[in-house]
Write a protein that binds this ligand. Sequence first.
Ligand code: PLP
Length: 367
Amino acid sequence: MTRVYNFSAGPAMLPQEVLKQAAEEMLDWQGSGMSVMEMSHRGKEFQSIFDAAERDLRELLAVPANYRILFLQGGGIGENAVVPMNLVGRKPQPATVDFIHTGSWSGKSIKEAKKYCNVNVAASSEGDQFHTIPPRDSWKLSRDAAYVHVCTNETIHGVEFHFTPDVAGETGGAPLVADMSSHILSRQIDVSRYGVIFGGAQKNIGPAGLTLVIVREDLLGQALSICPSAFDWKTVADNNSMYNTPPTYAIYIAGLVFQWLKRQGGVAEMEKRNIAKAALLYDYLDATGFYSNQVAVDCRSRMNIPFFLADESLNDAFLASARARGLLQLKGHKSVGGMRASIYNAMPIEGVQALVDYMKDFEKQHG
Ligand SMILES: *Cc1c(COP(=O)(O)O)cnc(C)c1O
């Protein structure tokens, strides 16, 4: 068996230890005689898996007691509608929501939210081709916003927030909502600074099909009447994420990833490793003229690193020889072009080193 280094933006690599344990437990989970996939979500076996996953996530992110963790479906894109349906009801209708536009993903959130509220784009880096994050003091927030939306890691453009914005003062107490799909658990965060954190699992948590929402309790119970019950956070919270059948197998794998993270030393340790991994690649990109990354240095993502060959006619050759070396999924998103290396928690530093070694060899050959 040969495992490759998979630089996909998502679904993405999972820790090998997790996949092995899942394989070993596939036919018989801990003497139950069943696969986790076959278990009733209301049985005691699955309940124990669920409780451990929630407890471990709460511990890993130090989620305060006044926040609920919801295990949902629908993905980050689903949340683009679910978030406004749950939060705009805090204000008289039609409410205004503030957005910070920093790339494709916040752009999608803006487009979807327009179905449910007035959108105020309080700051945008579109004029910089999304190579920056607009500095906090340039944001034009609304006096009475229902909430403020940020995407703290733009998976396609490769920009990441390295600060947590304060928005309450200027907006009359609006909660900060963050799409953390592609960097949740990659770095330490202060959950208490956010009203809502959401993310699809398939980037840095586990398999596709699971969506996490971490929501401050006082924000529950204000959903618009058009909000489907299965996506009304209060209904979901009151039923401990079992109002409808949750994505049981995805929750099980996410739970194994949480246990793996704890064995590694938790989020603080992952953050150290992620800083080292990203530095390895950025340092090389900055040292050569053969490749480049165009993102402002203080806004660069540790997770998703887009880069370009100076001679784009070599793109196909670059990807083909990478593939031959077991370095996969390096093609950039079609909207940006070039290359992209996604190096989430499960990518070991050896994988990034193998990529840099390959890039150096390719440069020697073609430079
Ligand atoms: C991948 C991604 C999404 C979309 O997730 P889906 O599961 O496809 O809905 C949303 N936001 C960000 C930042 C992402 O990286």
